[in-house]
Write a protein that binds this ligand. Structure first.
Ligand SMILES: [Cu+2]
Length: 131
């Protein structure tokens, strides 16, 4: 019974999310704002993550064990759902529209880090992979 009501709650929450999609402005061009990684010898690798109508893009990121990363989140959709981002440390941050927000993280030796929207519906992960 419990699983059923949980699933139902997820569906309801998801549809609330979808409804907000209507506010999207197609072709606003903001989505492709390049946060091109310029690898510096000692700086963290920059990874641009868009929080848009597809959720998080990319939502699967590969990184080296112990690698330092700078996650730059940019929300491009007017959706309450994605207006907050929960970083791998579990802290929930406000994510204003079109305002890049950067977080530095250090990968564990193995395993993964995850991030999510404030309601845990959209998620993404960064996987430590030695290869
Ligand atoms: Cu959400």
């Amino acid at each position: 019974m419990r699983a059923v009501s949980l699933a139902l709650a997820a569906v309801l929450a998801l549809s609330a999310c979808k409804k907000a999609d209507d506010g999207a402005t197609p072709g606003s061009g903001v989505a492709s704002a390049p946060a091109t990684a310029t690898p510096k010898a000692d700086g963290p690798r920059v990874i641009a993550i868009e929080a848009g109508k597809e959720g998080y893009v990319p939502d699967k990121i590969k990184a080296k064990p112990n690698e330092k990363l700078k996650l730059v989140f940019t929300r491009t959709i007017d959706a309450e759902c994605l207006a907050q981002v929960k970083t791998p440390d579990g802290v929930v941050h406000e994510l204003p529209m079109n305002t890049p927000l950067a977080f530095e993280v250090t990968m564990p030796k193995e395993g993964k880090l995850t991030f999510a929207c404030g309601m845990d519906m959209f998620t993404g992960e960064i996987v430590a992979d030695a290869n």
